[in-house]
Design a binder for this molecule. Structure first.
Ligand code: GTP
Ligand code: MG
Length: 303
């Protein structure tokens, strides 16, 4: 009985559904798998966050959580993702992200249902090899298949390790090839969105400007920034900038990165989580929200 009542009650709440088909691309070690696994795991959720739940749908999604628990939460490093022989072999992760309805006494009194927002995404996490193949193995049939698979997506998440600024021109060249190929297929031309996401932004030089993602992108990756702006200006699609960290910070007053660095070089940093029990990523949902709805979410943008 109670269950039925609850069901009708929730069904009558207005809920807004938005979905997106995504591809996560970027250089080797840019943090793509860590991003996806952290999003699926959603550890130590901040009670004040607009995100209510992140639920994996189906087996592939569950696998992401297992990865987060067995690797990241044990303070270990993820394995590099292998380039699948065929794009049909790449796992398609489906996640449902539910944002809290904004209840207020006002809403209750006037009986205006608050909107629960569901973001439904299916997302493929490519191997970073795909990105270097763009540069060095153009014309390769496997690469062509990847590019075709990418063109089915409505949203592209282009992840770049924020501390790999030395690779700006390489990224710009890869991107150039990628965008040219994408625009050649007109499946979703003009409606396609690209989120340029700077990862590992718990690093202090990025953290201080985390609320200015476009500024950071332009300052640290001027050539990539120029390419993306040009792509947008010719009407190929829309573009937004984001900052995120799959590992996050420790403490509130004097926050420090929750990271134990393993290496730092021109490719960026590799690291593991320092205190897995206090693991709280930031900025993961903001790009997904924009890719699904076309709007930026002020609260999610705060981290
Ligand atoms: N400091 C820091 N390191 C991170 C973060 N996310 C990932 N890493 C580290 O960056 C390295 C690469 O992370 P992955 O998620 O495996 O990168 P990837 O883009 O999937 O790499 P490929 O599968 O090889 O293309 C590993 O050492 C991770 O632990 C982060 O938010 N902060
Ligand atoms: Mg990977």
């Amino acid at each position: 009985m109670i269950r039925n009542w609850f069901k009708t009650k929730t069904d009558s709440l207005e809920s807004q559904q938005s979905s997106a088909v995504l591809r996560v691309i970027g250089d080797r070690s840019s943090g793509k798998t860590a991003y996806m696994a952290s999003l699926a795991r959603w550890p130590n959720a901040d009670p004040t966050s607009p995100v209510q739940t992140v639920i994996p749908v189906g087996e592939a999604g569950e696998e992401l959580i297992t990865k987060a628990q067995n690797i990241l939460e044990q303070g270990l490093e993820l394995e590099a993702t292998n380039l699948a022989a065929s794009t049909t072999d790449i796992k398609d992760y489906t996640l449902r992200i539910t944002l809290k309805g904004q209840f207020s006494w006002n809403n209750l009194k006037t009986n205006i249902g608050s909107q629960i927002v569901n973001l439904n995404i299916s997302s493929k996490d490519y191997a970073g090899e795909f990105f270097s193949d763009l540069l060095y193995r153009a014309g390769n049939p496997q690469l062509q298949e990847y590019l075709e698979d990418c063109s089915l997506a409505t949203g592209i998440m282009f992840l770049v390790d924020g501390s790999s600024r030395a690779k700006d021109s390489e990224y710009a060249n890869g991107l150039d090839k990628f965008l040219t190929s994408l625009d050649r297929t007109d499946t979703v031309l003009g409606r396609r969105k690209i989120a340029f996401v700077l990862t590992k932004c718990e690093q202090s030089e990025l953290w201080v400007n985390r609320h200015r993602p476009a500024f950071l992108a332009e300052a640290r990756f001027p050539q990539v920034h120029r390419k993306l702006q040009a792509w947008q200006q010719i009407g190929s699609g829309s573009l937004e900038y984001f900052t995120t960290s799959a590992f996050g910070m420790l403490g509130n007053n004097y926050p420090e990165p929750n990271v134990q660095l393993l290496s730092r070089g021109r490719d960026g940093v590799t690291a593991v989580i320092k205190e897995p029990k206090r693991w709280r990523p930031f900025g993961l949902v903001a790009p997904v929200y924009w890719l699904c709805t076309g709007d930026r979410h002020k609260e999610l943008d705060k981290g």
